[in-house]
Design a protein around this ligand. Sequence first.
Ligand SMILES: [Zn+2]
Length: 386
Amino acid sequence: MSELTELLKALIEIPSPNPPGDHRAIAEFVALWLRNVGASVAVLAPAEKPEARSVVAVIGSGDPVIMLHAHLDTVPVGESEAAAWSSDPFRAVERNGRLYGKGSVDDKGPLAAMMIAFKKLAQSEHIGTLLLVAAAEEEVGGRLGTRWLADAGHLPQCDFIIVGEQTFNRVATAHKGVMRATIRTTGHSVHATNPDRGVNAINAMARVILALETYHQELSLRVHPLVGVPTCNIGVISGGATANAVADQCMIRLDRRMIPGESPEDVQHELQAVVESVGIAPATAEVGEFLYSSWFESKLQTPLGKAFLECSSSLTQTPAEPIGYLPGSDAKHLMGLVRGDMVIFGPGSYEVAHTYDEYVDIGELEQCEAVISRFLEQVMRLEVQR
Ligand SMILES: [Zn+2]
């Protein structure tokens, strides 16, 4: 086994499922490894959840400032998933050129590749500042991980950021955001023998739902070149109490995927407008409980951004064109920290990530490391124009 696969094996064998999100053992391992290659390392956690430990390692000083970012936690292994695994999810097993294990591709593979690339640079003459952030809590939204690190001032402004996630080693420069909302209709309950005396909140909601279906169809006219169209999906409905009464309450929860450029305020107003456009009086409707998670987009116009794209396309022999990434990532929390470009990059597919028999292709893993290493070698040994 190469040093890279040995390292990944070790990371897989320190379980870090989230929930519950106890990152202490894995953070300690990563911090010690990075100290041993000469980095200044801080292990940081918010007071709210002291076991949500993130690792921030730094070498060098001055410009350019480049950040490698991957997350320490994995999704948990549920009971039915555990039964479906061909091997122990917390033992790394090599089979047919693949390394199997929980977190092998999401996100310990990218993390291991970044650690090796970090070590190579640390052991050579270089300019600028290189950070490696091994973040807690990504699988539960990153509020106590990357978001907290950024807000608490533990991360500097960067000229370039690589967020390690599953992109088949293509360079991803955009992902969607999401707005969740709840809509409630209120009517007036009477006995079902004479429903016309009441106001049926379920019937009112039915009209709201049809309007939302039309809204979803209209959204498909807005096309983003990398991530496609915004969507609106109703995922939950509940209402009424019994078949022999007119329902006075109905509630739906919806998920509105946002493309880069859509503002949360605009989307809230759109949802309000859709609901107001439906004639449901004397029933009333209320839209609220908004939950927002940002989209991410980078234009890839800086010399560092272009250099990374060039490096990855030449080593992986893929077109020098960025792609979109379908799931969300911690990139959304880092947008305020990047004065240049940010990309999402890593081996494999997110589709093998959150399920049984998760694996990383070892060739792809090595390629990921080679791309990051070559990029760092190129740009951290030259005067880079911002
Ligand atoms: Zn991930």
